[in-house]
Structure formats: C-alpha cells, structure tokens
Write a protein that binds this ligand. Structure first.
Ligand code: AMP
Ligand code: ZN
Length: 142
C-alpha cells in the first residue's frame, strides 16, 4: 500500500504536513504547496500508484469520482472563471512526484500564472491519417 520514500504517501500518513481539503477511504486532497493559482488542489489515491500507466481502473475510478465535488467546492469558495484539470506523467511531461495525482487549477484570468498553450496542427492531418493514428492506438487497447 504505502510506498517508502514517496512524498505523497508520507502526506497521506501525516508524516509530512499538508493542508487537507478532503479525505475518505480512497482519496486524499490537499493544497499544492506551489499554489500556481489560489485554490490549486491535488487529489491523490490512497493506494500508491506511480503514474497513469500503473493505475488500475478501479483506483482511477475512485479517484476521478471525487474530482467533480472538489472542483465544485473550489468554484464555490473562490469563484474562478475557469478550471483546468492536469495530470503529468513522466519527467518529460512535468511529473516531479511519482505518486499519481490530479491537479485542480482554478483559473482567474489569462495572466493568473497557469499556461496550457499548445500549437494546433488540425490542418496538417487528413481524416485518413487521423484514422490511421486511431487504428494504431485502438489496436493496442487491451
Ligand atoms: P507534478 O509536477 O505534476 O508531479 O506535481 C507535483 C506537485 O506537488 C507540484 O505542483 C508541487 O508544487 C507539489 N508538491 C511538492 N511537494 C509538496 C508538498 N510537500 N505539499 C504539497 N504539494 C507539494
Ligand atoms: Zn505514494
């Protein structure tokens, strides 16, 4: 269950202090120490799982099931004008703590400290190419 040397397991256990927002048998939610925007919350499964690849469907289900009500509570408390959900996997994607977590990031303006820009390439792929990509992925779904 608990993973030695995992920061978030230690937070769940209370060995490292955190500002708790919500807790039940399956999840723990607390303030991200960096507060990219005010109310920035992390939701984590109590079971240690490294990232999305290692996460069993039932753990993912219990985790995500709690996200809407926590997001709703942040919305009521801080009245943001938007909300981003983010989950980083592997260093290249920005993961720095290797215990699965969902970031809930309330948004206040386009200069509020969070930026999720990407370059759209939707004029570069024909429907045939999109279907080829889809087929390559769907044939790997177990
Ligand atoms: P990621 O970079 O997606 O792995 O997110 C890890 C997040 O954990 C970062 O946003 C950090 O600010 C946050 N973090 C690191 N240490 C702590 C801590 N002790 N308490 C709360 N949040 C933390
Ligand atoms: Zn852990």
């Amino acid at each position: 269950m608990k993973h030695d040397d995992c920061l978030f397991c230690k937070i769940i256990e209370g060995e490292i202090p955190s500002a708790k927002v919500y807790e039940d048998d399956h999840v723990y939610a607390f303030m991200d120490i960096s507060q990219v925007t005010t109310g920035h919350t992390l939701v984590i499964p109590k079971v240690h799982t490294r990232d999305i690849y290692e996460t069993p469907a039932d753990v993912a289900g219990e985790l995500f099931a709690r996200v809407p009500k926590i997001a709703q509570a942040i919305k009521e408390a801080y009245n943001p004008v938007g909300m981003n959900l983010l989950n980083n996997n592997e260093i290249m994607a920005g993961q720095s703590v290797f215990h699965l977590h969902i970031h809930i990031i309330p948004r206040y303006s386009d200069e509020d400290g969070f930026d999720a820009k990407w370059i759209t390439r939707n004029d570069e792929f024909s429907m045939e190419e999109l279907k080829e990509i889809a087929e390559k992925i769907s044939s790997s779904i177990n």
